[in-house]
Design a protein around this ligand. Structure first.
Ligand code: AMP
Ligand code: MG
Length: 342
């Protein structure tokens, strides 16, 4: 069975194609800005502009045509409204034109479920660290529950904001990581874990103050030292919550998800924690950590397989009007979704 997944919750337009568990294509194009963050309407325009080309490249890569596709999946939320609508309508249009069933999936859960496509992971705690989202998630009683999360910004957006303040460009996470390698001393920063949640905005303010002190020559630490320290600080915060969730839920596995998961230092710290706690760690490759169409296709496939035949028949989009009105859920939280496919 061939499934095509469309991802458009934020900056990335991605198309993934899988044949059962096998990846046939994973093609994406990401909206970027010279300065400042994402402007949702502009990101949506980007997605509409690149959609046909990315689809064609994905089909070529997979050596198939639309006629070979058995199911189309799209991310219905959470995410930026205009971006979600651009992607969902594109996917619904394909469903209508080619008479292929269409299924919407939750983006955060897709980051989690991808683990079961690429490995033998059974029942992990997901440390989901992306641009907009930072959540520690695990399955309990029929749902993926959020055991801890950021109270303000996502870890990726936090690193991007810091990098923007330093004037080193976007996306900032990898740039901060590069400078961190040259850091020589640890500079104490606020460490903000409240119960099972973390908060990052105060740390950002503190970092900005420290940058100004460096500029005025009042301190002996450097920008590189700050980059090193911020990674140690905030990664420890997320790992502390993850570790507590693991023991609270009595799980044996940790899975990393989201673009910040590409960070080598975070992976190293996670590995160390898992060794000490006797847990198994799963780290997907970079292309599957950051936003991608493959994880959307995989969750769509899992959901579809769990449906009855008559439910499957209902899924194909039947009119142009239905294409425009295809459902998106910009605010759908992970724990609002009933997990019927496990
Ligand atoms: P996502 O929203 O999951 O696609 O992830 C995007 C976020 O991941 C951006 O905020 C990036 O700055 C961040 N990111 C990507 N690579 C790295 C890295 N090596 N270290 C830290 N953050 C990263
Ligand atoms: Mg994501």
């Amino acid at each position: 069975m061939i499934t095509l997944g469309v991802e458009t919750t934020a900056h990335t337009f991605g198309v993934g194609i899988i044949k059962d568990k096998k990846i046939l294509a994973n093609v994406k194009d990401t909206y970027t800005t010279e300065t400042g963050g994402i402007i949702p309407v502009q990101a949506a325009e980007h997605h509409k502009r690149v959609a046909e080309d990315i689809l064609k490249r994905a089909l070529d890569k997979a050596s198939i045509s639309m006629g070979d596709v058995d199911l189309i999946a799209y991310s219905r939320g959470p995410g930026l409204g205009p971006c979600l609508r651009a992607g969902s309508r594109f996917a619904a249009g394909l469903s209508f034109k080619n008479r292929i069933p269409l299924i919407g999936v939750n983006h955060c859960i897709a980051h989690l479920e991808i683990g079961s496509m690429i490995s033998d992971v059974k029942d992990p705690v997901l440390m989901y660290v992306s641009g907009a989202n930072t959540q520690v998630i695990a399955y309990e009683s029929g749902k993926y529950r959020i055991f801890g999360e950021t109270l303000d910004m996502g870890l990726g957006n936090f690193l991007d904001s810091f990098a923007r303040y330093l004037g080193i460009g976007f996306p900032g996470g990898p740039k901060v990581a590069k400078l961190a390698e040259k850091g020589k001393q640890f500079v104490k920063l606020p460490y903000v874990v409240k119960g099972m949640d973390i908060s990052l905005s105060g740390i950002l303010t503190n970092l900005k103050q420290k940058v100004e002190k460096i500029k005025s020559g009042k301190v002996d630490y450097t920008i590189n030292d700050l980059c090193y320290s911020v990674q140690e600080d905030v990664f420890s915060m997320v790992l502390e919550v993850t570790e507590r969730a693991v023991f609270h839920c009595n799980k044996k596995e940790v899975l990393i998800g989201g673009g910040v998961g590409c960070n080598k230092r975070l992976q190293e710290m996670s590995r160390k924690m898992c060794e000490e706690d006797n847990l198994k760690l799963y780290v997907p490759e970079n292309n599957l950590l950051s936003d991608n169409g493959v994880m959307i296709a995989w969750l769509g496939y899992k959901k579809f397989k769990a449906l009855r035949e008559d439910e499957k028949q209902e899924l194909t989009v039947k009119s142009k009007e239905d294409v425009m009105n295809v459902e998106v859920r910009p605010y759908e939280r992970t724990d609002m979704v009933k997990v019927y496919w496990r």
